[in-house]
Design a protein around this ligand. Structure first.
Ligand SMILES: Nc1ncnc2c1ncn2[C@@H]1O[C@H](COP(=O)(O)OP(=O)(O)OP(=O)(O)O)[C@@H](O)[C@H]1O
Ligand SMILES: [Mg+2]
Length: 374
């Protein structure tokens, strides 16, 4: 059959328009914030956009042709229900396992993909990352718990301090008695030591309950970290621990209180040391974040303290910042609760994660000093 004159040109024109249209739809899907998965009528994955790739940690080419139940088992019944009923469903709020093994909380909406005649051809799954929402919910719950506990702690600490001074003083007076038998000295010294320990706990409790407003000044986090490391040297050296510093030289000043930030970094460094009783390497890293989601999208200084210990067990993770939670003999479980309180007073954030190669990473985010507009 002969083509009409100009037919080849017309075909080329149409092909060009088709390419443009395809590029337009690819751009459109690519620029969506929600992850999209497009399935055929049998639940086979036809395509996924960039947000879905980022969310799941799998590329479109890795999932193409696989069925949804095989690639993402928790989404299988949502897709099947949508295909069977021929209408949209939005009742998934669950956990997806990412390709890197991390768990991700997502919500999903499944819509029927139908042709112009209304026949259903497949399903579009829209996925939304809820992990930041869960993190924020957890932060609010933690703050409320801590605020309530702080008030209670301040009351108890106030009542307990004076009797403690009395007990310590009485034990010391007893030792000074002329008739005091020397073989009992061991016990009076034990009283003094335990009272001192109780006093430290009471002081920690008071720090937790402190409600004073923070006076944040421009603070060089490298100076705070160096001070914390030099105070920890006495423990670091004998245990054969090495410290690797990876400081960002361009880092701006954080808005902070030197002494209280020092307390935070001392706690985190001590936890790192305690996680490596047989020695190892502690990495202290700083970085500037132009828009840290942990600080409401504001610019922040990030400090990372990383150890090569056994990491945080899954059971422990949700309880890390809970006052009095400890897995250590002789630990009080207040170190992280106090650190969280101090960082929240700085309007910053603190988070913990396990390294893929073993060990724990604690990250502190502190808002940077911003110039005041006159
Ligand atoms: N770097 C870490 N690696 C593994 N687990 C950790 C790490 N840091 C903290 N943890 C876990 O979190 C718990 C709470 O830590 P936190 O610093 O609040 O209290 P603690 O170290 O037990 O006692 P202390 O009040 O003396 O600091 C620890 O007992 C431990 O189980
Ligand atoms: Mg500790």
């Amino acid at each position: 059959m002969r083509r009409p004159p100009g037919g080849r040109q017309r075909v080329a024109e149409l092909e060009g328009q088709l390419r443009e249209l395809r590029a337009y739809y690819e751009d459109l899907l690519g620029s969506l914030q929600d992850g999209l998965l497009i399935l055929d009528g049998q639940g086979g994955i036809l395509s996924m956009n960039q947000a879905a790739e980022e969310l799941t940690g799998l590329s479109a080419s890795q999932t193409m042709g696989r069925v949804i139940g095989d690639a993402f088992p928790p989404l299988a019944s949502l897709a099947a229900k949508t295909l069977a009923a021929g209408r949209s469903h939005a009742d998934f709020d669950g956990v997806l396992l990412r390709a890197d093994g991390a768990c991700l909380r997502v919500s999903a909406v499944a819509s029927v993909l139908s042709d112009a005649g209304g026949t259903s051809r497949g399903v579009v799954l829209a996925l939304r990352d809820l992990s930041r929402v869960s993190d924020l919910e957890e932060q609010v719950r933690r703050s409320e718990r801590l605020a309530a506990l702080g008030i209670l702690a301040a009351g108890i600490a106030h009542e307990v301090r004076n009797p403690l001074v009395g007990v310590r003083g009485a034990a010391q007076l007893l030792e000074k008695e002329a008739a005091f038998p020397d073989q009992l000295r061991e016990y009076t010294q034990m009283i003094v030591r335990q009272v001192d320990r109780l006093n430290r706990i009471v002081n920690d409790l008071l720090a937790l309950g402190a409600q004073r407003p923070l006076e944040a000044r421009p603070c060089n986090v490298h100076q705070v970290l160096e001070e914390a490391l030099s105070l920890s040297v006495a423990t670091l050296k004998p245990m054969g621990l090495q410290v690797a510093r990876q400081y960002d030289p361009e880092i701006p000043a954080a808005a902070g209180d030197f002494d209280r930030l020092l307390q935070v970094f001392l706690n985190l460094i001590r936890n790192g040391i305690e996680a490596m009783p047989g020695g190892g390497a502690l990495t202290v890293r700083t970085r500037f974040e132009r828009a840290a989601p942990q600080c409401g999208g504001r610019p922040a200084v990030q400090v990372e303290i990383q150890d090569r210990g056994p990491g945080i067990p899954d059971k422990v993770h949700p309880r890390l910042f809970t006052p009095f939670f400890t897995s250590k003999d002789g630990g009080t479980g207040l170190g992280l609760a106090i650190s969280l309180r101090i960082i929240e007073e700085h309007r910053g954030a603190i988070e913990a994660q396990n390294r893929s190669g073993g060990g724990a990473t604690f990250r502190v985010f502190l808002p940077v000093v911003t110039e005041q507009k006159e």
